[in-house]
Design a protein around this ligand. Structure first.
Ligand SMILES: [Zn+2]
Length: 127
């Protein structure tokens, strides 16, 4: 582990410790996610990693890769997302969530993943 890695880890740990204290002191509503491994836990135990999308395949152009990597959809409604349980089991898994209400509709392990074909910002082939 390099010094930048250690500093990054320390800052992330401090950030989430402060965030946790804020929620405890203010009694603000948050939401919980049902980890497929650990069960229901507060959201601050997890890392959000963006919506699940279909990767470009075959001879994808640079433009298609750039679109996939940098232009994430910003959906107001249901979307399937990648989450990481960083404070416990270290499992990557999928969450189907309504972004308007933070209501978690479903969670499933990554090996049960079915990536939607066209919805949620799937990369379209340029012609
Ligand atoms: Zn877990």
């Amino acid at each position: 582990m390099t010094l930048p890695d250690i500093l990054h880890f320390a800052l992330v740990t401090l950030h989430f410790a402060l965030l946790s204290q804020t929620f405890q002191k203010t009694n603000q509503m948050s939401f919980q996610i049902d980890c497929p491994n650990c069960g229901c836990r507060p959201v601050w135990e997890y890392h959000y990693s963006g919506p699940s999308r279909k990767r470009p395949e075959g001879a994808a152009t640079e433009r298609q890769w750039a679109e996939y990597l940098y232009n994430r959809p910003n959906i107001a409604g249901e979307q399937t997302e990648w989450w990481y349980h960083r404070s416990a089991c270290k499992l990557w898994f999928l969450v189907r969530r309504d972004t308007r209400t933070n209501l978690v509709l479903e969670t499933r392990r990554f090996d049960e993943a079915v990536v939607p074909e066209k919805s949620e910002g799937a990369v379209q082939s340029a012609e």
